[in-house]
Design a protein around this ligand. Structure first.
Ligand SMILES: NC(=O)c1ccc[n+]([C@@H]2O[C@H](COP(=O)([O-])OP(=O)(O)OC[C@H]3O[C@@H](n4cnc5c(N)ncnc54)[C@H](OP(=O)(O)O)[C@@H]3O)[C@@H](O)[C@H]2O)c1
Length: 259
């Protein structure tokens, strides 16, 4: 597998180290280069040859270039960059009509499993429990709240809508409330989303289901950034075997066996 990295920051380096690790175990994966696009460079200049797949851990400012390159060369892309706007996401969806794109705010196994669990829990608990999401990250993180917090909040939204369909009658159209300040009572339609920034925290996400007399906390604690590299490489291998389309990490983990 020949990979072209979009971005040359922390995560791009973690992916490059993980590729080395896999090659030491006998695999043949090459990283053809890291495209540093901050100064306005082009992806073409970054790679010795056209990669088989792109992995983008960079900045939303690069989404057009990543999607454009993938379409031009007919290669899949794994997009891990967070903080994408609606326009960026429209660009990703458009590219996915031509090439396979995996797009997820979190490539870890743990969060992918939690996303599913949170949706299921909300189906049953909507209306009876208030739901809040608290995330913590290192001081260098640019976007807030994290893409993962939004991914989990969307799982709550889906669970709220599904609660109607399963006949419990507790269905709620949840809306996001980012932090709180001043005086206003909490409404049952709110999902409070709270971002904490400091130090070197790799990533902490808690989904809090607060009932009147009991509280459930689902907590994910990322201990190393390597977990995202492991998932991104799985996604790259998956994308290489797929038709054009937009895929998520749950498709990667549960659509077919991956090594
Ligand atoms: N989906 C996941 O599982 C997952 C996991 C971890 C991180 N992420 C996301 O991956 C992204 C990168 O994270 P990181 O920790 O590697 O960040 P980082 O160390 O800050 O690296 C970001 C990269 O993007 C480049 N960049 C920044 N601003 C740019 C701009 N305006 N135009 C073009 N390029 C720009 C940086 O260039 P310079 O090096 O020149 O500054 C660097 O190469 C973030 O969005 C982060 O949230 C996703």
């Amino acid at each position: 597998m020949k990979i072209g990295m979009i971005g040359a920051g922390t995560m791009a380096k973690v992916v490059a180290n993980y590729i080395k690790e896999r090659n030491e175990q006998g695999e043949q994966i090459s990283c053809l280069g890291m495209a540093e696009l901050l100064g306005g460079g082009s992806i073409d200049e970054a790679f010795k040859e056209v990669p088989e797949v792109l992995i983008d851990f960079s900045n939303p400012a690069n989404i057009e270039k990543t999607c454009g390159y993938a379409k031009e060369h007919g290669i899949p892309a794994v997009i891990a960059t967070t903080g994408c706007s609606e326009d960026d996401e429209a660009t990703i969806r458009k590219a996915a009509e031509t090439v396979p794109i995996v797009y997820s705010a979190n490539y870890s196994l743990g969060i992918t499993v939690i996303e599913k669990a949170v949706e299921e829990m909300t189906r049953t608990l909507a209306g009876a429990f208030d739901i809040e999401i608290i995330e913590q990250h290192h001081r260098r993180k640019l976007d807030a709240p994290s893409g993962t917090a939004l991914l989990l909040a969307r799982a709550v939204q889906r669970g709220g809508i599904a609660a109607d369909e399963n006949g419990s009658g507790n269905g709620i159209r949840y809306e996001f409330t980012y932090g709180r300040y001043g005086s206003s009572l909490r409404r049952k339609e709110e999902i409070g989303v709270h971002a904490v920034r400091g130090g070197g925290i790799v990533g902490e996400h808690t989904v809090l289901f607060a009932g009147d007399e009991e509280v459930i906390e689902i907590r994910h604690h990322a201990q190393s950034k390597r977990i995202f590299a492991v998932g991104a490489l799985k996604a790259a291998k998956f994308a290489l075997s797929k038709e054009a389309g937009l895929y998520q990490m749950k498709d990667v983990l549960w659509t077919q066996e991956q090594s």
